[in-house]
Design a protein around this ligand. Structure first.
Ligand code: NI
Length: 158
């Protein structure tokens, strides 16, 4: 396992669309483990492949509660319901925070690391995290969706 370098604001890779994963090989498994380690290092609740420079449709999530760590390959949103206004940030924009409208509930279909089809149902923070990370796979970042007037710049702590 290894910490990967994060891609930050201004890096045009963040606006690119990630490609489907067709074979889940050892390289993908290593990538997934590295992404989890990298997310944990920076106290994130989610990370997409593109944020470590890999344009492949893979996301990891961890809400730091039992049963909330996921590795999802080729995730697609098959259902969404309701709305919530979320306080949001992103590891690629470490000094920016804002309010973003997200679905209140979401159902995602994906493959797990064994290539098995899985369905993840999330609400509240899990719905937010899933929507945010899947946006990354489509080259979309939260600052494009931020509610007008709510974007804050916070100076990084020394
Ligand atoms: Ni993000």
């Amino acid at each position: 396992m290894a910490i990967r370098n994060l891609r930050y604001e201004g890096d045009e890779i963040l606006n690119k669309i990630s490609r489907e994963i067709t074979v889940i090989d050892d390289k993908i498994k290593e990538l997934a483990n590295d992404m989890i380690e990298t997310m944990h290092k920076y106290d994130g609740v989610g990370l997409a492949g593109v944020q470590v420079g890999i344009l492949k449709r893979i996301i990891v999530i961890d809400l730091y509660e039992e049963g909330t760590q996921f590795v999802l390959i080729n995730p697609i949103i098959i259902k969404q319901k309701g709305e919530q206004i979320c306080d949001e940030g992103c590891l690629s924009y470490p000094s920016k925070f804002g309010k973003v409208k997200r679905p209140k509930e979401i159902v995602v279909e994906a493959l797990d690391l064994n290539g098995k089809k899985v369905k993840v149902k999330g609400k509240d923070l899990l719905a937010q995290a899933l929507a945010h990370e899947i946006d990354h796979l489509n080259g979309k970042v939260f600052i494009d969706k931020v509610e007008p007037g709510t974007l804050e710049n916070v100076k990084p702590q020394q």
